[in-house]
Unconditional design. Structure first.
Length: 365
């Protein structure tokens, strides 16, 4: 019978497709952030749900491949081109992949053939450099004669867990261990310190309330980066956290001083990896280092639950580097399709290849 492909608006996906989508994630060992509920939470909170679609590939009626995408517009050298963007930097999938238990090359080829009927550029953001999907995309571009542009993405720190907690600490410097103990002791001397773990769906509302309270007094508030200052982010987490909890994947803790929430770490678990989406602390207690103490508790719990990795996500930052010095590099790929706009953009891309600045401006329209 062969492979059969179709596209479906996200809003028209039924329970059977969503169940198959989740099952496919597990079979292909793809990150939970590629789940339909995650895609929908992001699209709805950003107000672009009507532009969200799903490309599916079936073999004898069985779902074997899937690529969610958003219809967007790419602009380069004054040219506005139609594009499809898979979940990545804009749609918050932290480890995006072509979801497939079939031949990834075949699924990607079908997707590119379908895309060429409707758009000019396929955007694959935030891929793991050298990973399965990035490699397949580069090979597809070569095989099909497509111009492929790339932009370097985050270099995300991650900590491989291959020992117990005491052994991990012992391998760190004496100065590191001393600082960790000193900060925990200083905080405990300031009052009654408690830590609460949140995991159940019935705890999500309180978790979000505590997170918002901490963010309101964090450095992020003054920088305009706090969840509490963004209606979109509040809605995103309101929609997303119940799903993560329902998957028994919520790994979140809040640190309290005299019953006042002062720091939090918000993580999820996927494929035995703990991935940190968000963390912050109340700046009014900054001299007590609550963020460091909360961080330590979250990481230690990953060791205690026998996770295989603690993934700090995002870009490299000083406070992450204290715990992990291994980086996971990412890249965004732009495949220019054989349309007249695609050809113009590909030509402009080749002319600008030597310019050391971002050459694509993305907008949703």
């Amino acid at each position: 019978m062969g492979l059969v492909a179709r596209t479906t608006p996200l809003g028209s996906t039924d329970s059977q497709l969503r169940a198959g989508w989740l099952e496919l994630l597990g079979a292909a060992r793809v990150d939970l952030s590629m789940a339909p509920q995650w895609f929908e939470s992001t699209a709805r909170s950003r107000g672009v749900a009507e532009r969200a679609h799903v490309f599916t590939v079936h073999d004898s009626g069985r779902l074997v491949g899937l690529i969610p995408y958003l219809v967007t517009t790419e602009r380069l050298a004054g040219i506005a081109a139609r594009s499809r963007e898979t979940p990545g930097s804009y749609l918050m999938a932290y480890h995006p992949e072509v979801i497939s238990v079939a031949d990834t090359d075949a699924v990607l080829d079908l997707y590119l053939q379908d895309s060429a009927r409707y758009c000019d550029v396929v955007v694959l953001p935030n891929l793991r450099k050298g990973g399965r999907t990035a490699t397949a995309a580069l090979q597809a571009a070569s095989r099909l004669g497509l111009t492929c542009g790339s932009l370097a993405g985050h270099a995300s720190p991650f900590l491989e867990i291959n020992s117990d907690w005491p052994a991990f600490l012992q391998a760190k410097s004496a100065n590191f261990r001393s600082n960790v103990k000193r900060k925990a002791r200083k905080l405990s001397e300031a009052g009654a310190v408690t830590n609460r773990w949140f995991s159940g769906a019935d705890e999500v509302e309180q978790l979000l309330a505590e997170v918002l309270a901490i963010e309101e007094h964090s450095w992020k508030s003054g920088a305009g980066m706090a969840i509490s200052a963004s209606e979109m982010e509040r809605e995103y987490y309101r929609l997303l956290l119940p799903f993560i909890a329902a998957q028994n994947a919520l790994h979140a803790n809040v640190l309290y001083l005299d019953a006042v929430p002062i720091a939090y770490s918000l993580c999820y678990v996927s494929d035995s990896c703990v991935r940190q989406m968000k963390t912050s602390f109340d700046q009014r207690y900054g001299q007590l280092s609550p963020g460091t103490v909360c961080y330590e508790i979250a990481i230690r719990r990953a060791f205690e639950t026998r996770a295989r990795e603690f993934d700090f996500l995002g870009d490299s930052m000083q406070h992450k580097g204290l715990w992990a010095d291994t980086l996971r590099e990412h890249v965004s790929l732009y495949l220019y399709l054989p349309t007249w706009r695609g050809a113009l953009l590909a030509g402009a891309r080749r002319l600008m290849a030597g310019v050391r600045r971002p050459w694509v401006r993305r907008s949703v329209s």
